[in-house]
Design a binder for this molecule. Structure first.
Ligand code: ADP
Ligand code: MG
Length: 445
C-alpha cells in the first residue's frame, strides 16, 4: 500500500492500539506531509506537542521505521489555527441523514456477465444461493482465491441481485481497508461513532472484500468481531472474500477465523482453457468485437492463463491494435501484441517450452520409466514418487490451473495435484528431493 500522510497516520494509530486511538492529544493531530525523510504533522498547541513527544515519540518512530524507512523522522509542528476549527461534524451529519445511503455497489458486476466453468462453479452457485436466502445456510459465505479470478465481481453480483429483487434491503459493500479507516475515523471524531455502528450493524447484507487486510490490525478485528456477531445473531448475511483460506489467515484472532468457517467456505481456482475461451468469446461479443478470429482467440486462451483480469487486459490491447491497424487481426499480429505487453506472467508463458508433456518426458527419463506410466492411474509404488515430482513441477513451472494439470495427468480431481504438491513440499527439506527438483528444473528451463 502506498501511503499518504492521512493513511499513514491512521495506520500508526491502528498499530498503537485502542489507547492511542482514544488519546485526547493524538486525536488533535492533523497529518500534513510525508516523504522518505520525514512525516510532518501539526497540532494546535505547544502543550499537545510536548505530550505527544514525551509519550508516543518512540513508538511512532518505530512504526515509521517499519512502514516507511528508518530514515523517516517524525516532526510535530504547532499550528494555532487548528484550535479554532469550527464544529463541522454536526452540519455534515444532518446532510448525510437526508442523502440516500450509498451501497458501494458497482452495477457492472452482475451474475449475468459472470461466466461459469469448473474453476468457479461452486463459488458461483453458493454466491447465488446466498443471495436467495440471506442469513441462511451459507451464512457467512467466505470466498477465497488468487488475484483477478472474480471474487470482487461475485461480491457485487450478490449485492446487485439482492437490491434488484428488493430495494428495501440494506446492502453494503466495502473493502476491509475502508472498514478499518471508517472505524478509526469514528473513534477520532466521537460524534460519528454511533453512525459507524449503525451503518454496519443494520445491514441486511454486508459484503466485505479482501478481508485479509485486517490481519495484524487488532482494533479493527475487535470491531469487526462485534459487527460480525451482531449481524450473525440477527440472521443478516455476511459475505467475505480473501486471497487465502480462513486457516491461512495467520495473523488473525482465532475466534474470528474460526467464525469465518461457520457457514460455507468456497475456493475459486484459475480458469481452465474452456473457461478462458468462453470468457474471451463473451467479452468480444459484449464489446461488439466481431473482427477477431477464432484462431486468435484460441491462441490467446492458450497463452494468457494466469487470471481473468489479464485476459481482459489482453483483449483491450488487441482491440486497440485492431482499430489502429484498421484490419482483421491475424495470428501474427496477436503474437506481437502479446510480446509487446510483457507482464511477467506473460513472459513466462511466452518462454513456454515447459509443458506438462515436456515435464512428463523428462521426469520419466530421469526415473527410467515410460512417460505413459506417469499419466496412468496405476498405483504401483515406484510410480508414485516420480508422478508427484512431475505434478509438482507442472505447478511450479507452467501457468496452468490445477484443473488443467489434473487433466494432463488423466485425473478427475485437482485435489490429487494439491496433495502431490504438498507431499513434495514436505520432502523438500531433505536434500535428495531438493536436488532432483533443482536438476530437473534446470534442464526444463
Ligand atoms: P479478484 O477480486 O478475484 O481479484 P475481480 O473480481 O476483480 O477479481 O475480477 C477481475 C476482472 O475479471 C473483472 O473485470 C471481472 O469482471 C472479470 N472476471 C472475473 N471472473 C469472471 C467471470 N467468471 N466471468 C466474467 N468476468 C470475470
Ligand atoms: Mg478483488
Amino acid at each position: 500500500m502506498r501511503h499518504t500522510s492521512d493513511t499513514l497516520w491512521l495506520e500508526i494509530l491502528e498499530t498503537l492500539g485502542e489507547t492511542a486511538v482514544n488519546d485526547i492529544y493524538l486525536r488533535q493531530v492533523s497529518p500534513r506531509y510525508l516523504d522518505k525523510e520525514s512525516f510532518k504533522v501539526a497540532v494546535p498547541s505547544d502543550y499537545t506537542q510536548d505530550e505527544i513527544q514525551n509519550r508516543f515519540l518512540r513508538e511512532i518512530t518505530k512504526v515509521l521505521a517499519d512502514r516507511i524507512s528508518s530514515e523517516c523522522a517524525f516532526e510535530i509542528a504547532v499550528d494555532a489555527s487548528l484550535a479554532k476549527t469550527p464544529d463541522v461534524d454536526k452540519t455534515e451529519s444532518t446532510v448525510k441523514d437526508t442523502a440516500p445511503e450509498p451501497t458501494g455497489l458497482n452495477p457492472n458486476y452482475v451474475f449475468d456477465n459472470f461466466y461459469v466453468g469448473q474453476s468457479n462453479r461452486i463459488c458461483h452457485a453458493t454466491a447465488y444461493a446466498a443471495s436467495q436466502d440471506l442469513g441462511g445456510e451459507y451464512n457467512p459465505l467466505f470466498i477465497y482465491g488468487g488475484v483477478g479470478l472474480g471474487k470482487t465481481h461475485l461480491l457485487h453480483a450478490i449485492g446487485n441481485l439482492v437490491q434488484e429483487e428488493n430495494s428495501k434491503r440494506k446492502v453494503l459493500y466495502v473493502t476491509s481497508e475502508t472498514f478499518m479507516n471508517e472505524y478509526i475515523d469514528s473513534i477520532m471524531n466521537r460524534t460519528s461513532a454511533q453512525g459507524f455502528r449503525s451503518k454496519y450493524r443494520t445491514a441486511d447484507l454486508l459484503l466485505i472484500d479482501d478481508i485479509q487486510f485486517i490481519q495484524r490490525k487488532e482494533g479493527t478485528q475487535e470491531e469487526f468481531f462485534n459487527t460480525f456477531n451482531d449481524l450473525y445473531l440477527n440472521s443478516n448475511q455476511i459475505v467475505m472474500t480473501s486471497d487465502r483460506s480462513p486457516s491461512m489467515l495467520k495473523n488473525l484472532e482465532e475466534r474470528l477465523s474460526s467464525r469465518f468457517e461457520w457457514g460455507m467456505v468456497a475456493e475459486i481456482d484459475k480458469p481452465n482453457y474452456e473457461l478462458r475461451l468462453l470468457i474471451l468469446r463473451q467479452k468480444c461479443q459484449d464489446q461488439g468485437l466481431d473482427n477477431i478470429s477464432d484462431e486468435v482467440l484460441n491462441y490467446v486462451a492458450e497463452i494468457v492463463t494466469a487470471n481473468i483480469r489479464e485476459l481482459e487486459g489482453t483483449l483491450v490491447s488487441l482491440k486497440a491494435r485492431a482499430s489502429l491497424m484498421d484490419e482483421e487481426l491475424t495470428i501474427d499480429l496477436a503474437r506481437s501484441v502479446l510480446r509487446d505487453t510483457s507482464t511477467p506472467t506473460r513472459d513466462k508463458s511466452l518462454r513456454k517450452v515447459v509443458t506438462p508433456e515436456s515435464i512428463q518426458e523428462l521426469v520419466a527419463e530421469h526415473f527410467q520409466l515410460n512417460s505413459s506410466d506417469l499419466t496412468s492411474t496405476k498405483r504401483t509404488k515406484i510410480l508414485v514418487y516420480p508422478r508427484q515430482i512431475a505434478m509438482y513441477l507442472c505447478r511450479e513451472l507452467t501457468q496452468l490451473s490445477l484443473i488443467d494439470i489434473a487433466e494432463a495427468f488423466n485425473r478427475q480431481n485437482h485435489r490429487t495435484i494439491t496433495y502431490a504438491c504438498q507431499q513434495i513440499e514436505n520432502l523438500l527439506e531433505d536434500g535428495e528431493t531438493k536436488n532432483v527438483i533443482q536438476l530437473l528444473t534446470d534442464e526444463l528451463t
